[in-house]
Design a protein around this ligand. Sequence first.
Ligand SMILES: Cc1ncc(COP(=O)(O)O)c(C=O)c1O
Length: 309
Amino acid sequence: MPFPKADKIWMDGEFVDWDEATVHVLTPTLHYGYGVFEGIRAYPTDEGPAVFQLRPHLERLLRSARLYPPLDEITHTVADLVEVVEELIRVNGHTAGCYVRPTIYLGYGEIGLNPLPSTPRAAIATWEWGSYLGEDALIAGVRVMLSSFRRIGKNTIPPAGKANGQYLNSSLAKVEAIRAGYDEAIMLSEDGFVAEGTGENLFCVTDGVIRTPPLHDGPLAGITRAAVIRIARDLGYEVVETSLVRSDLYLADELFLTGTAAELTPVREIAGYDLGDRGPVTEAVQTTFLDAVRGRVPAYRDWLHVVAS
Ligand SMILES: Cc1ncc(COP(=O)(O)O)c(C=O)c1O
């Protein structure tokens, strides 16, 4: 996957050159995964690049930090970080949109397992990133396996946060899927209910009703998930948050994944069960979503934060 450099990365108040944006090899976050992050997308609109749900993403970043003291001691507010993202998009010249990656991590200075004496640091990077699951995935859909890895348990690592270390779980499931010839993996919860993909929420369409796992089954409270639920209801579909088991997926009329990276991607095969081409419900919700993020749906205009030039 291409990973194009931009000019600058913001690190605790300074815009530093991309290649100079480094941390010490003994920074404890590198060793123990004790940090939090966000993934955000900006899209091109008629008014310029616009960030989708910028404040909700930054609020989730600071909520994640509250789960992991002393990351919550970071002094930047959501309002500060909004300004940084705007400035970074301008400085890096992302007129056609970009991906935005804020992170709060532990600064160099301590190396024990107790993070409390460490100092939290913040950084935000942006770069131009195309479709996450492949160029034609948005139309053709992806092949998904059921992972042999369970989604991290609620009392193992809080699924409500986006902590760096929890992505060991996602990456193991992703590697297993790629090695088995699939594009993506769905993980079940410890008690056997469908949780989510490795970096996406999951929706299941049966007899015109859209179902998605409730948060108590362990998925991240996806910001795209919330937007898609609103869109689907506005389009007149019934959307239910309810526990799903694996056979619900095998028997579904349609399945799709949502997330900042994957946007809204149809699933065309689940663990050997063929679901066929993108279905009508998936297409209707996806079309509205992809229009909304590009500023073409007035009802959802307040989801976008336009970056003035
Ligand atoms: C594990 C996981 N689930 C779901 C999502 C989708 O969340 P969002 O729509 O907020 O990007 C993500 C991406 O952040 C994720 O990492």
